[in-house]
Design a protein around this ligand. Sequence first.
Ligand code: FAD
Ligand code: E1W
Length: 455
Amino acid sequence: MGTDTPRHITLIGAGLAGALLATLMARAGWRVDVFEKRGDPRVQGYAGGRSINLALTERGRHALRMADADDAVMRQAVMMRGRMVHALDGRLQLQRYGRDDAEVIWSIHRGDLNITLLDLAEQAGANIHFDRRLDAVDFDARIARFADGQGGLHPVGFTALVGTDGAGSSLRGAMQQREELGERTEFLDHSYKELEIPPSADGAFMMEPNALHIWPRGHYMCIALPNDERTFTVTLFLPNQGDPSFASVRNGREAKALFLRDFADAVPLIPELERDWDANPTGLLATLYLDRWHLGDRAVLLGDAAHAMVPFHGQGMNCAFEDCVSLAHHLQASSDLAQAFAAFEAERKPNALAIQEMALENYVEMRDKVDDSGFLLQRELELALQQRHPQRFVPHYAMVSFMRIPYAVAQHRSHVQRDLLVRHTAGRTSLEGIDWAAIDADVHALLPTLEDAVA
Ligand code: FAD
Ligand code: E1W
């Protein structure tokens, strides 16, 4: 490959990962074409459908910084300092995520974020083709065929395809026809519904804006994230079967009754609860596992297309953004596409699996543990150990949301730490009289300093 001919890449999907990767590659001097099945959201409004806002954390922000996109995105972000736990009787408790306002997360609007990234991608020189749905791929001839929604089909030549087309990836389907990818989808037996809390009559937030609100209720829960237009998007996560479930709560009227019983403090804040319920689709939740993410030097998958996960750690987009930085790095580091794709897959697959597993575990923690006294005592010990051993004991949430250590490392250390917390709080109601010498010895024996762990 001559250095004077710019290298070329074709992305399928201009969602969150596609728009960021297009920016990174165009800035690195590549010719970039992106094909997106939807229309241009800057012309016809955002047709995103799913979850209106997302939590952005350090991993995602770091990736945005790599594309000089962080400032533009952060202008529309709302700070969330912690989780605000809503008890059944309406009492509120703010559980801070970090030590101070340097350790917070951010709520951002999916449509605004996508538009910001599309603008940056085009400014960097990427060509984005809207109303182009990937329909079929001839990997031997290196021709992809796109449907325009009006009955037209457009064959386009490519060097290599990158699948940033989300959980229902068409590229993955085409790759799978060519070679077994070992695809397995594990559906969660819970689904979700989104509802809206509008601003008050005088245009203010109806609840504390700088928090992620959680209503834990054992086998199900509600959450709410703030939007910068002073609304909140509420998401109810509920089992598919049993009582209550999406089988027993069949319409807006029955949903209102459930809310009056279990989320009473939220009811006056959601004026269109019944209408929202009946109008909004019920979303499915699943984890997607693949044995292989790439096909030689011809195609590779990333983001949800490669490893869709349940949303309970708020890391799907953050992980997809990390994927983009990693793939851009490997593409720059090697002139051999097959080698770059293989190196990317080897780096990211264990980490994607780790966050997929942690996201599943976090559902139980969020819906059933955050208001539990044993959990709160473990959290107290966790904070104390963080102060005593800042290089060794970093709380689970901080490793995932405030740091960029590989997810697999965070997962391993979290398991060691949780075991230690459980053992040393067993049978206690407070930390008074606890054997610090024994705990400190355990920390030193089980947790190498983080520098060593990352190196
Ligand atoms: P997507 O954003 O889905 O983009 C895929 C794009 O490809 C779309 O534009 C689509 O139109 C296009 N496309 C699809 N098929 C084709 C085709 N055949 N041809 C051309 N284009 C195509 N993550 C977080 O980090 N924080 C959160 O707080 C968070 N909350 C969530 C809450 C819920 C309820 C859900 C469901 C998910 C949440 N996520 C969150 C996860 C996050 O939404 C995804 O991980 C993220 O959107 C993945 O980005 P992506 O670019 O891979 O896919
Ligand atoms: C975050 C959809 C979603 C998004 C999130 C989070 C949760 C629960 C959910 C995980 C969290 C931000 N979380 N919150 N509190 N503890 N863990 O951090 O994004 Cl359901």
